[in-house]
Design a protein around this ligand. Structure first.
Ligand code: SAM
Length: 242
């Protein structure tokens, strides 16, 4: 399916409210939209079907990460549990200097993301197939990244354990959450200690056009993560750090 003129306008207008001029890259979003909607008829990539929802809840929602101000320059970024490429692909389109590593446990989703990057001509992308619990113990990836972004993968205690071991000291986790995240942050200071993280900010924002409430949880890595983290998936699920 092609993005309609109304969808295009919505995307341009919404991005402008986030301070982003998408006119130089709108053709890439059009190709991304056409590819996502056509492949989604064959494999289940997203439950969103309406054009307005895809523009708002995938494209623009991904771009809200930029309001952190932490995604500027040639940084090594990992998108943990990228699924169909969110937030990583929209971020890579508008900030081509980011080196974007897309990490995903489901092979067919990652293959879709890889083929989509090739189709869009996105250079400086890399693809990591596996669970973050295992990937983060591989020397090649441990404490390797400047930034981790993550959306819709789990509660804060769990995703912190998945992401912080992947970050260099001095790096940042930018987690996309809803307003309910306040409850997930109880005990955060103590819970982040063995991971080497400190909570820096919970940034409140609204999704353009819909006004839906969003939060960006920003955690700074200030010390090395203890080697035993992340633990096995079933242990993390049962005994979250906070
Ligand atoms: N981030 C995407 C988004 O917001 O549209 C996808 C969200 S989807 C609900 C969660 C994705 O995370 C799934 O594709 C799942 O396979 C992946 N995932 C969940 N746990 C993971 C883990 N431990 N390591 C890697 N990928 C994981």
């Amino acid at each position: 399916m092609r993005l309609t003129a109304a969808g295009r306008e919505l995307l341009l207008r919404g991005a402008a409210t986030l301070g982003e001029d998408l006119s130089p890259t709108i053709h890439l979003f059009e190709r991304l939209y056409a590819r996502l909607t056509s492949v989604n008829q064959k494999i289940n990539l997203t439950s969103l079907r309406e054009e307005r929802d895809i523009v708002l809840k995938h494209f623009l929602d991904s771009l809200t990460c930029l309001t952190s101000g932490l995604l500027e320059g040639p940084l090594e970024v990992v998108d943990v549990g990228t699924g169909a490429g969110f937030p990583g692909l929209p971020l890579k389109i508008v900030r081509p200097s980011l080196r974007m590593h897309l990490l995903e446990a489901t092979r067919k989703k990652l293959r879709y993301v890889e083929e989509t990057c090739a189709l869009l001509g996105l250079k400086g992308t890399a693809f990591i197939w596996g669970r973050a619990e295992q990937v983060a113990h591989q020397p090649e990836y441990r404490e390797r990244f400047d930034r981790a972004v993550i959306r819709a993968v789990g509660p804060m205690g769990q995703i912190s354990e998945l992401c912080l071991p992947l970050l260099k000291v001095g790096g940042y986790l930018i987690a996309q959450k809803g307003p309910e995240v306040a409850q997930e942050l109880e005990g955060v200071a103590q819970g982040l200690k063995p991971l080497g993280g400190v909570l820096e900010e919970v940034k409140e924002l609204e999704l353009p056009e819909s006004g839906d409430q969003r939060r960006l949880v920003i955690i700074k890595k200030v010390a090395a993560t203890e080697p035993r983290y992340p633990r096995r998936p079933e242990v993390i699920a049962r005994h979250g750090l906070f």
